[in-house]
Design a protein around this ligand. Structure first.
Ligand code: SF4
Length: 338
């Protein structure tokens, strides 16, 4: 099956000039029309041919759930080869509409606290399947008189295990001829794939990097993230320093708060020491239940952890949990009820 990403091929089959391609992409990605029949600057027979031969999306939306507070939407999509993926839109009161997208169906990294990690890897998404999650939501938001403002690669999958497709999708997301989101509004998150961090340091576009650190020491990190055995924390932090030196860009550290695992005062001090000289931001994430052995640190202890980090002069926020009632919060994506 061909999609809008194969238009060049379809148009040359039909013997049509190149400007038609630009016209169609403009209609779909900039004017955000989700039906070729609405592209009134195209001849009717071309609209009919495209409708029949080139669906706009390479993924099929199966179901969208909306949280009770109406601030979180979760969509389950099916790829053309039958795999399931999910994307989550968070609508903030300050007007930001941030979309969390998947780069794989399932994930091979097996982080112990993550529902997706229990699925294993089912498929690497191609760049179209990644990009189209954003295109779908850009179309949906247009109908609500809103726009997509941010993209985070924090859904299913480890972006740096699917590096080329992720970067190709991010480039397209920020291409002014496509969705035109500023590169700084796109965040790519890794669980600690060292070669990916080093490669990203050389990317020409200024995408943001987030590192799911989750522990300041090797022993704890290994317990909750098997990846720590492959790339130990010393090697990981060396890669981060190379990244920071080369890019001069701020890195975000993600830190899920797990009761009695990584949340002691000693660990807060260890983390403070580890990153105090980095241009960084630390995001403390209250753990969302995923049926695993873990539970969330108490609110009081999360704030104590934050206060200790602030003593090191670090910028720290505690993430607001959204979409828990529809299993759309961090670490909860695992195609429940499908
Ligand atoms: S936290 Fe991210 S990298 Fe770890 S298993 Fe879940 S999806 Fe994969």
């Amino acid at each position: 099956m061909k999609t809008i990403h194969d238009l060049q091929e379809i148009l040359s089959d039909l013997g049509l000039p190149d400007y038609r391609l630009r016209q169609i992409v403009k209609n779909v990605c900039q004017n955000l029309l989700d039906d070729y029949q609405d592209c009134t600057d195209l001849p009717k027979d071309l609209r009919d041919t495209l409708t029949e031969r080139a669906p706009i999306l390479s993924i099929k939306p199966i179901r969208t759930q909306i949280s009770v507070r109406k601030d979180t939407y979760k969509t389950l999509f099916e790829t053309m080869d039958g795999q399931k993926i999910e994307s989550v839109l968070m609508r903030f009161q300050d007007g930001r509409n941030s979309l969390c997208i998947s780069c794989q169906s399932g994930c091979q990294m097996g982080c112990r606290f993550c529902a997706t990690g229990t699925m294993g890897l089912l498929k690497h998404l191609n760049y179209e399947e990644i990009f189209d999650q954003a295109l779908y939501y850009a179309h949906l938001l247009k109908k609500e008189d809103a726009v997509l403002t941010n993209i985070v690669f924090m859904g299913m999958g480890e972006p740096f295990m699917n590096y080329d497709s992720v970067i190709e999708a991010a480039n397209l997301l920020s291409d002014p001829d496509y969705l035109g989101l500023g590169a700084r509004r796109i965040t790519i998150s890794t669980s600690g794939v060292v070669p990916g961090i080093l490669k990203m340091a050389d990317e020409p576009k200024q995408f943001n990097l987030a590192l799911s650190l989750h522990a300041p020491d090797q022993e704890t990190r290994e317990k909750i993230m098997p990846i720590a055995k492959r790339w130990p924390i010393t090697e990981l932090m060396d890669a981060v320093e190379t990244y920071l030196d080369k890019t001069r860009r701020r890195i975000s550290y993600e830190y899920v708060m797990l009761k009695d695992v990584n949340d002691t005062e000693a660990q807060a001090h260890m983390l403070g020491e580890l990153v105090k000289d980095h241009l960084c931001h630390i995001n403390l994430i209250p753990y969302n239940p995923t049926g695993s052995q873990f539970s969330c640190t108490t609110k009081e202890n999360i704030y104590r952890f934050r206060d200790i980090l602030q003593e090191y002069g670090l910028k720290v926020t505690v993430r607001v949990t959204m979409g828990q009632d529809i299993d759309a919060a961090c670490g909860q994506l695992a195609q429940k009820n499908t």
